[in-house]
Design a protein around this ligand. Structure first.
Ligand SMILES: C[S@@+](CC[C@H](N)C(=O)[O-])C[C@H]1O[C@@H](n2cnc3c(N)ncnc32)[C@H](O)[C@@H]1O
Length: 522
């Protein structure tokens, strides 16, 4: 329904699903878009082989359902030469011109009687109803070598169509000319469900013009965005997976002509909506309902974190293995003030009873952490003689399926060290250390990691952060072509002043860690 609302009057939606569910989707799409707005079903031959099941016909195809919203939808007819064998092409172009290669011939007779196109040309009489073209056109094509003259004057002049000018056959609804991605393909980015760019190129070229806006709300490895960028379309791409977003970001940066783009996180808006939907409340007033919801939400997170819920504190919500647990709100980052409150309460509570921590240690779970938190908070908490651990509440908690499957892991915030060197207006940054808890690293990757820098998959710098959006002014990342990563970068400021620099690291788990630095440039 939302996509129907988002689609522009001349837009088209392509829905690609496999044979298990496509027929259910068709019924829903008919209802949302209207049966009369169903344009066509494309059948894409997506494998060369088939599934390994042998007790029924193997499945080699997927369906793509195409719907529009209005009569004036954009459509460009496409042609293809792929999928035709040399023999088929030779059969289609059986004649050979010594200068211009293979060609076939077309009839030049008019199907309707046209007395004004009844003329003799170079001794060849006109067809019974006249020629299809004027004498001027006949002369032009003759001078361009586009006419085929039979040896006998009794024969008929025909038009030559050259193979080297041929666009191909019209693309119809059976797409068997786009092979799946091969394991060695240069396009491959290591994403399981990655589609070939040729498939998306066909879709984007057929249904949009340069400058149009293309949306893919399940972008995966970024195929649609990369193709839209290459074809000069604007694009919006969404995905709920951290790995998909990171793969897409790196893939786009590999497009030579890529224009600046931002990676936005729906963040708190999505979480606020989720909280209201997931934890219904029926208090006497809004404030009471809000409180009820917050308690239900915190208990849900504590449960996922395998902590016990406790009451009687302002900042502390749970207890796990003798440590206090704080659960950050859905719509606000954990701030330094929060950390101070958590440390104070934890310190007071140690050893005071049944629901008291056995040690002065607090686990702080949060969706977001204020910029300075990871830097200063540990120090502040240590001053209160409390050890704190920061853990990110993963986005997966919003997904019913992930929760049911028990896929929810709370990763500790990474700790990043950056050295700053300043010479006049030039500032050099060097990553000197990066730590993520060993437990968070998948076992198979752990043994291969010999140096901290191997944990860094990507890092970027905003040299003039203005407390709003992070602007990638410089970045480096690992790719298949270039698996190494720079550890240093430098920048020359045009103007003197005080600047806030933000360094963002994305680690091999797809988590980001940021560090804020302040410099005074004279
Ligand atoms: C089949 S893959 C897309 C592959 C993509 N066409 C490509 O070429 O890489 C589907 C993607 O949808 C994402 N996804 C699944 N449910 C989603 C949701 N509710 N919202 C956003 N993305 C979702 C998955 O994370 C996955 O990356």
């Amino acid at each position: 329904m939302l996509l129907r609302e988002l689609l522009t009057e001349n837009g088209t939606i392509y829905v690609h699903l496999d044979w298990h569910v496509i027929h259910y989707a068709k019924a829903v799409l008919d209802e949302v878009f209207g049966q009369d707005r169903f344009e066509v079903e494309v059948v894409w031959k997506r494998t060369l082989g088939g599934t390994s099941i042998a007790n029924r016909f193997r499945t080699q195809t997927d369906s793509i359902l195409i719907y529009t919203v209005g009569e004036g939808f954009t459509f460009h007819e496409l042609f293809t030469k792929e999928g035709l064998s040399d023999r088929e092409i030779e059969e289609m172009f059986p004649l050979v011109d010594s200068k211009r290669g293979r060609y076939c011939t077309d009839n030049l007779a008019n199907p309707d009687f046209r007395p004004n196109l009844m003329y003799e040309y170079k001794g060849y009489p006109p067809p019974p109803k006249g020629w299809a073209i004027t004498k001027e056109k006949m002369e032009q094509w003759d001078s361009e070598g586009r006419l085929h003259f039979p040896t006998s004057k009794e024969g008929r002049i025909r038009r030559k169509r050259f193979l080297n000018e041929w666009e191909g056959v019209r693309v119809q609804n059976l797409w068997n000319d786009i092979p799946p991605l091969q394991s060695q393909s240069a396009e491959r980015v290591g994403y399981d469900t990655q589609k070939p760019e040729a498939l998306l190129r066909r879709i984007v070229s057929a249904s949009s013009d340069k400058g149009d806006l293309v949306l893919d709300c399940f972008v995966g490895s970024g195929t649609t965005a990369a193709v839209a960028e290459k074809l000069d379309r604007r694009w919006i791409a969404c995905d709920l997976s951290r790995f998909a977003i990171h793969t897409t970001r790196k893939r786009l940066l590999e497009v030579a002509t890529v224009k600046p783009f931002v990676v936005e996180n729906l963040g708190k808006y999505e979480r606020q909506i989720w909280q209201v939907a997931e934890f219904p409340a029926n208090g006497r007033n809004r404030l009471e309902e809000r409180r009820e919801r917050e308690v239900a939400y915190r208990n849900f997170i504590l449960d996922l974190y395998h902590a016990k819920s406790i009451s009687g504190h302002t900042w502390l919500h749970g207890l796990k293995s003798g440590r206090m647990v704080h659960v950050g709100a859905v719509d606000a980052p954990v701030t330094l003030a929060d950390v101070k409150g958590i440390a104070r309460e934890t310190w007071k509570a140690v050893g005071t009873g049944k629901d008291a921590p056995s040690q002065a240690h607090a686990d702080i779970l949060g969706w977001e952490f204020a910029f300075e938190v990871n830097e200063l908070a540990k120090q502040i908490a240590a001053e209160s003689r409390v050890e704190v651990t920061f853990k990110k509440i993963p986005r997966e908690v919003l997904e019913k399926k992930a929760v049911e499957q028990g896929d929810v892991r709370f990763f500790e915030l990474g700790a990043l060290s950056v050295e700053v060197e300043q010479k006049g207006r030039e500032v050099a940054l060097k990553l000197t250390d990066f730590v993520i808890p060993t437990d968070d690293i998948p076992e198979e990757a752990r043994t291969a990691i010999k140096h901290w820098s191997q944990l860094v998959d990507y890092w970027a710098v905003d040299w003039d952060f203005k407390l709003d959006t992070f602007h990638n002014q410089w970045q480096t990342y690992r790719s298949r072509k270039n698996p190494e990563i720079d550890r240093e970068t430098r920048y020359v400021y045009a103007e003197p002043g005080r600047y806030t620099i933000v360094v963002k690291v994305i680690d091999l788990l797809g988590n980001d860690t940021t560090k804020t630095l302040k410099v005074g440039v004279t």
